[in-house]
Write a protein that binds this ligand. Structure first.
Ligand code: ADP
Ligand code: MG
Length: 310
């Protein structure tokens, strides 16, 4: 007998997920009820992943779920927020219990680690599409619009790894097996920099998460803050995997490939960042973004990154 929608939600999305004291009413009624902490602002983000657009057909269900949550957590991290609750809109072509079990397991893994409750959602039939909406709290959010002339520009972690993983999966680049495993895991299971974002709220002037590529995302900070910047491409943090390929290709991936979900932030140049991060440039009065090589020559001037509808 086919499983009912109620059973499906109960089995795969209600049980096992972390419970929180601030959730008054979770899955089961017409809507969820939560208590917001006094003195904090609510922060909300939503992202949709469509099969064949945001992840390849036949991506592991646990990886799809993990990434759908991770990309939202990354948006909250870039605001300096603490995530608390999520809702899930899941559209699938059919009820595949084995697929759903793996999907809910991937979601549970990250939800448990980040102490997030799944408080509701919607389940529909159609082409595989996953939308997750996350709500969190923040006292004083990090914005894109407050970068100051003279600020140092930093990034967490390493850049270009997810782009490298995609290039390897699509056989555009050949990597040693351990390098390929690393790059693919960076693509499929990105780490949202939540604790880093929280520590930055007291010191950073502006922040963004690198989802579309460093140049595209840093450019959002520059536009919103009405400033310019120069970047030193030699200082870009590259993983061992990225260092194992042709250097020019590696730098272009680090500058333009998306999906890394590292934080790019700006803060006064005379202070020390409170988290592990690499300085990659400086905010300047002159508008535009200049990428300089080790001799101070322009490396590439065109701003490019992955843009939908272009
Ligand atoms: P309604 O018809 O009132 O919109 P639904 O039948 O869609 O209600 O959902 C019933 C309950 O199950 C609601 O509390 C809803 O939030 C929850 N729910 C539905 N789908 C999901 C899902 N994929 N994940 C988590 N909760 C879900
Ligand atoms: Mg209802």
């Amino acid at each position: 007998m086919p499983i009912t929608e109620f059973d499906l939600i109960n089995r795969f999305f209600k049980q096992k997920f972390p419970t929180r004291r601030d959730v008054v009413l979770g899955i089961g009624d017409d809507a969820a009820l939560c208590t917001a902490p006094a003195g904090m602002q609510l922060v909300m983000a939503i992202d949709t992943l469509v099969e064949g657009v945001h992840f390849p057909v036949n991506t592991k269900p646990e990886d799809i779920a993990y990434k759908a949550l991770a990309v939202n957590l990354s948006d909250l991290a870039a605001m300096g927020a603490t995530p608390a609750w999520m809702t899930l809109a899941l559209t699938c072509p059919k009820v595949d219990e084995a697929w759903l079990a793996r999907f809910s397991q991937g979601l549970l893994e990250l939800a448990t680690a980040a102490e997030i409750s799944l408080i509701g959602g919607d389940t529909t039939r159609g082409s595989l599409t996953v939308t997750i909406q996350v709500t969190g709290f923040v006292e004083l959010a990090l914005l894109r619009s407050a970068a100051q002339v003279g600020d140092a520009i930093y990034v967490t972690g390493t850049l270009g790894d997810a782009g490298l993983g995609l290039a390897a999966i699509e056989k555009r680049i050949t990597l040693a097996p351990e390098m390929q495993n690393y790059a693919e895991s960076r693509l499929n299971k990105p780490t949202a920099r939540i604790s880093e974002g929280k520590k930055l709220t007291s010191i950073a002037n502006a922040a963004i998460d690198v989802s579309d590529g460093l140049l595209a995302d840093l450019n959002h900070i520059l536009t919103a803050s009405k400033v310019g910047a120069s970047l030193n491409v030699e200082s870009l943090p590259l993983s061992k995997a990225l260092q194992s390929i042709n250097r020019e290709t590696a730098l272009k991936l680090a500058l333009t490939a998306g999906d890394d979900y590292e934080l790019c932030f700006t803060m006064p140049a005379n202070k020390k960042p409170p988290i592990a991060a690499t300085r990659i440039g400086t905010i300047e009065q002159q508008l535009g973004l200049r990428c300089l090589d080790k001799d101070g020559k322009i490396f590439i001037s065109k701003i490019s990154g992955y843009q939908h509808f272009s």
